[in-house]
Design a protein around this ligand. Structure first.
Ligand code: 9MR
Length: 369
């Protein structure tokens, strides 16, 4: 397959939410001149996808077009999190997930389930209840509700998000609410619970901070492998791992050998690997835009060169597609914020022009075929 392979003409159906406020005519997106990231990924037997929010999809026709051109997979950026689904106990908010799934279904996209358990996205009422009662039924009910509703349509789940903490954790596990309420075996129990409600799903543990040569990243790599090893040895249902890959230009350079060793060790345990949240955090905005974009692209390439050498890395998901909608825009330091508040760490800029990062992704995905 060549880099200029023709993508099909894609259509956003003019029904329901997606045509809201934009007249009745369908939006035709022709991708005939641009190679798409999914094409490149598919040529290597992988998938490419991005995280998105239903409200952004609804508002922004150009976002929908870019997703339809480039993505085979969508990750709901916030809507499947517990505090999104059930901010108040017993009041359920499924509509954004349902909307996102409808968009995915209409357009033949797959959806990654992100995430069943993450301390940061657990509503306060649930945290209090867990700590007060230590009753696992709260967890079973949550899993049963979410997986009962969505497991037939979402076949891959980040069951646990960010369980590792080598700095202030206990045995490298984060002392999160689940840990404090149920002890370290909450991990095993959560994976078993997920398997009960989603017998055929691909079950994943997802975490960050594995890329660089500093002592914390190094310890995190070792802890992640140790956790996976322990779970596999105990035959806990764990099918794969997600490595988030929030790259950070202030932490470079990427520790190629460390990353290779971790990836190989995880693969040797029979796990497959997904790059689940790739983006690049900039450190300064004083350089010219082309220079900034080149740095972001180079970092992306350095990372993917290592990861895509492994056929077991089954897909790459970026945490957004355009700088217009990026969590990093709120996180960037003051120097970057000075430049209209935009971090340039995703494939498209905020006006939907593909940047060097786009081509770094396209090239590394295709070259690894
Ligand atoms: O990008 C997400 C941001 O919009 C949300 O406010 C936040 C809390 O739900 O979560 C962000 O996504 C995180 C992801 O779920 C887990 N890994 C880190 C991501 C960036 O914080």
């Amino acid at each position: 397959m060549t880099g200029l392979a023709l993508a099909p003409v894609l259509t956003v159906a003019p029904n329901g939410a997606w045509a809201e406020g934009e007249g009745a005519s369908p939006v035709h997106v022709s991708a005939t001149l641009t190679p798409s990231l999914s094409h490149a990924a598919r040529s290597g037997g992988r998938y490419y996808g991005a995280a998105a929010r239903a409200d952004h999809l609804r508002q922004d026709k150009a976002l929908r077009a870019a997703i339809l051109r480039d993505c085979e997979v969508l990750t709901p950026e916030i809507h499947l999190k517990w505090n999104s689904l059930e901010w108040r106990k017993g009041q359920f908010h499924f509509t954004p997930v349902d909307d996102l799934l409808a968009f995915a279904d209409e357009n033949g996209l797959r959806v990654r389930g992100h995430t069943l358990l993450w301390d940061q996205s657990t509503p306060d009422w649930a945290k209090h209840e867990m700590l007060d009662r230590r009753d696992w039924r709260l967890m079973s009910e949550h899993f049963s509700r979410v997986l009962g509703r969505y497991a037939s349509r979402i076949d891959e789940w980040d069951v646990i998000n960010e369980p590792i903490d080598t700095v202030s954790g206990a045995h490298a596990l984060r002392r999160n609410t689940f840990f404090r309420a149920f002890g370290p075996t909450y991990i095993e129990r959560a994976m078993e619970e997920a398997r009960t409600h989603a017998p055929h799903a691909h079950l994943v543990i997802n975490d960050y901070g594995f890329e660089y040569g500093n002592p914390v990243d190094k310890a995190r790599r070792q802890a992640f492998v140790a956790l996976a090893r322990r779970l596999r040895a105990a035959r806990v249902p764990l099918d794969g791992v997600g490595v988030q890959a929030h790259l950070d230009l202030s932490k470079g350079p990427i520790d190629r050998v460390g990353l290779q060793e971790m990836t190989k060790a995880l693969i040797d345990l029979g796990l497959d690997i997904t790059v689940t949240e790739l983006d690049v955090k900039e450190t300064e905005a004083s350089a010219s835009t082309p220079a900034r974009d080149q740095k972001v692209a180079d970092e992306t390439r350095r990372y993917l060169d290592v990861m895509l050498a492994f056929p077991e890395v089954r897909g790459v998901v970026t945490w957004g597609l355009t700088d217009k909608f990026s969590w990093l825009t709120e996180q960037v330091d003051a120097r970057v914020r000075a430049d209209r508040g935009v971090n340039r760490g995703l494939p498209y800029d905020d006006a939907y022009s593909p940047k060097p990062m786009y081509w770094a992704l396209e090239d590394t995905l295709r070259a690894s075929a």
